[in-house]
Design a protein around this ligand. Structure first.
Ligand SMILES: [Zn+2]
Length: 313
């Protein structure tokens, strides 16, 4: 899937589909959960894009077959890579060794990258080329490995599909979140406590997305925007949420490692803080009766809000 413009200075360019999917999945999985050393969204952001697997791939360090998964033939390593990363992260997120914990943070973002790659319809095409030792070890009729990623994004169907999805994601994020919440009501969000079961879940999800034929429709020149927004993205986000929930369950980062986590505010934090200041203005009139009234009202509001969020989650 589209990883942004692949530039070290624009790693967080806001156009990367991987970043946005991770953020939505993460917020649904863990927003109100104590992190206790579990990677925050910013950690996932920083280890994605140019500093994630696609950066290495564009510099031709990483094999193409590692980013692909053909659900018909079960070839391509994307989902296996996601599970390998899961196992490392689950073991080391709570390690006493600081370097191991750092690697586990990186590995978590890496695993999520491969979850999304393995479920992206354009990554379900082609087959492994045997005997090739270099990075271009996968035959994809719609991607030319001899040319740059930018060339492929402009002129080849695989790249065009991902760019199109990125544009849909960028301009319809709110709609996609809304659709995801609808889908989520009909899906289990229970985490897996066994990586092998998670692997089966991801492979089944890949088959399911593949069967929707959205990429084939795109190749045939049909309009796919509605399907991408209503079905494809919500299904991928569901897998990301389950992956994060399962990792959180197994990593069980109970220990506190006595170091500061500097939380870098995101635009949504600033917006929330701003709204809080505006909304929770106390009345100037210090009349005790009024104060009592406002207190009971705000408590009632709080309870109402809690009920609402209870329904949402
Ligand atoms: Zn990739």
């Amino acid at each position: 899937m589209f990883s942004g413009f692949g530039h070290k200075f624009f790693n967080l360019d806001g156009a990367s589909t991987h970043h946005i999917i991770n953020e939505i999945g993460y917020k649904h999985a863990l927003e109100k959960t104590k992190k206790n050393g579990f990677p925050g969204i910013i950690s996932l952001d920083l280890n994605s894009g140019y500093y994630g697997p696609d950066g290495k791939w564009s510099k031709k360090f990483s094999r193409v077959s590692h980013h692909m998964y053909n659900p018909i033939t079960d070839q391509g390593e994307a989902i296996n890579n996601a599970i390998d990363a899961f196992k490392i992260a689950a073991k080391d997120l709570d390690s006493d060794n600081r370097l191991h914990r750092k690697i586990a943070h990186f590995t978590c973002a890496r695993g999520l990258h491969f979850v999304v790659d393995g479920l992206t319809p354009a990554h379900h095409y082609g087959h492994k080329i045997h005997g090739v030792k270099g990075p271009a070890d996968w035959y994809d009729p719609h991607w030319n490995h001899a040319k740059s990623p930018h060339y492929n994004i402009l002129f080849k169907r695989h790249g065009q599909f991902e760019l199109m999805c990125a544009i849909y994601m960028f301009f319809n994020t709110k709609k996609i979140i809304k659709n995801y919440r609808i889908l989520r009501k009909h899906r289990s969000i229970d985490p897996f406590d066994n990586p092998d079961h998670l692997k089966i879940f991801l492979k089944k999800k890949a088959i399911m997305i593949n069967q929707t034929q959205v990429y084939e429709k795109f190749l045939a020149g049909k309009k796919i925007k509605e399907q991408i927004i209503k079905e494809t993205f919500p299904e991928i986000i569901h897998a990301v949420e389950i992956y994060i929930r399962s990792l959180y369950l197994l990593a069980a980062t109970q220990k506190k490692h006595g170091r500061f986590y500097i939380r870098i505010p995101r635009p949504s934090d600033i917006k929330r803080a701003f709204l809080q200041v505006l909304v929770s203005k106390k009345p100037k009139n210090r009349n005790p009766v009024w104060e009592k009234y406002f207190k009971s009202r705000s408590r009632k509001n709080l309870e109402n809000n809690r009920d609402n969020t209870g329904q949402n989650s």
